[in-house]
Design a protein around this ligand. Structure first.
Ligand SMILES: NC(=O)c1ccc[n+]([C@@H]2O[C@H](COP(=O)([O-])OP(=O)(O)OC[C@H]3O[C@@H](n4cnc5c(N)ncnc54)[C@H](O)[C@@H]3O)[C@@H](O)[C@H]2O)c1
Length: 355
């Protein structure tokens, strides 16, 4: 990353009170980047946003992405140059309970965001963060490429595919290469790291159980999922935004997936974290009805490797070890902001060996 470039840019992050937004905000703050955040209150209690005092290092606006007027007022007042759009209702199971709110936030929220970018002369680069779940899941073994058909079985996945389609329409209608705004979308999978308290996500559920000295309860121990440290896709989003500034032909969709060896079963992850924590009782399998969740969907990130020089830096074990250390540090009373900045420094110390 060219931090001299970033220090001179005014950056607006939506969803800065969330898990990924908090990591991203702290990372940019650690390099002195002028930052504005726009989001609802932190979605969990506790939250990394509060514990790590993320709001102290930026202008933090509590606002709803579904409210176009409030969003436009934030753009008018702060005149951002780069916009990183992370605000969303991101939980599959919640999207079954609240489909209307999920579509409103994830689809009309994207429309409102792109309208604000269109109407604000300062904006030059926008990265819309969607997900690997935006692809039509054909339940096959091969990695999905950026030009595969979109789909989505559940309301969350479908809403993110819609967000991709909205972005594609804005690109062809308003944000052509000769125009001011360059808009890219970024698709990554499950991310994990310290400081996540979201409900119905495996790693937060396991860590909460371990911190409470009870065996983790898991739904599908044999389900294979790809796991990725939160910093790896964030690195991809930043590289992409930086390069969009000067390279309009990068304004398209991008995959940022983990190494193939980072796909492991839920049971494996649970064992590894429990053992690392020093907890030797086996996990418990929860029974009962669970709504449909798509099987493992693999991303083909060859394009990001070849054209951006992006590669994951943390493998699965490094990622899980960092998570154990983060939560154990928290239990010992260490400062969550310092724990998070420590992981960011570790990430930055790894050279991009293959680029
Ligand atoms: N965490 C993952 O594993 C993962 C995987 C793939 C994609 N993503 C995507 O990354 C982004 C961030 O995810 P996260 O895990 O940090 O989620 P999160 O729930 O921790 O944070 C979501 C953020 O969006 C904000 N938000 C929600 N509704 C809003 C609204 N109506 N108006 C304004 N702000 C609103 C919340 O306040 C919060 O700041 C999302 O777009 C999500 O779909 C996450």
């Amino acid at each position: 990353m060219n931090w001299e470039f970033w220090k001179q840019r005014k950056v607006l992050i939506t969803g800065h009170t969330g898990f990924k937004g908090s990591w991203l905000s702290l990372w940019l703050q650690s390099h002195g980047v002028p930052l504005v955040g726009y989001a609802l209150q932190p979605p969990t209690q506790p939250s990394l946003f509060d514990l790590a005092r993320v709001g102290d290092g930026m202008v933090s606006i509590i606002g709803d992405i579904r409210d176009p007027n409030q969003l436009q007022a934030a753009f008018d007042q702060h005149q951002p140059e780069i916009v990183l759009h992370l605000a969303a209702q991101p939980i599959v199971r919640l999207s079954y309970a609240e489909p209307v709110e999920t579509f409103q936030t994830n689809v009309m929220g994207t429309v409102n965001l792109l309208e604000a970018a269109r109407k604000t002369d300062s904006v030059r680069a926008v990265v819309n963060v969607t997900t690997d779940k935006c692809y039509l899941n054909r339940e096959w073994f091969w990695g999905y490429r950026e030009d595969e058909p979109l789909g989505g079985h559940d309301p969350y996945s479908s809403s993110k595919a819609c967000s991709e389609l909205v972005s594609a329409a804005y690109r062809t209608s308003f944000f052509q290469p000769q125009d001011r705004v360059r808009l890219a979308t970024a698709r990554a999978g499950n991310v994990i790291g310290g400081g996540d308290w979201a409900q119905d996500r495996l790693v937060p559920d396991i860590l909460q159980a371990l911190m409470a000295h009870r065996p983790p309860e898991i739904r599908a121990p044999n389900a294979i999922r790809p796991w990725q440290h939160v910093l790896d896709p964030l690195h991809g989003y930043l590289l992409l935004a930086e390069r969009l500034w000067t390279e309009p032909d990068l304004a398209e969709a991008w995959n940022f997936g983990p190494y193939e060896t980072s796909a492991q079963t839920v049971g494996y992850i649970t064992h590894y974290l429990s053992r690392g924590w020093g907890f030797d009782r086996p996990f418990e399998q929860s029974h009962g009805q669970h709504p449909h969740e798509a099987n493992y969907l693999k991303l083909d990130s060859s394009k990001a490797h070849a054209r951006l020089g992006w590669r994951p830096r943390f493998d699965l074990h490094a990622t899980l070890d960092l998570i154990i250390a983060w939560y154990q540090g928290l239990q010992k009373g260490q400062d969550p902001r310092a724990l998070t900045l420590h992981d960011i420094e570790t990430f930055e110390s790894i050279q991009e060996s293959l680029t």
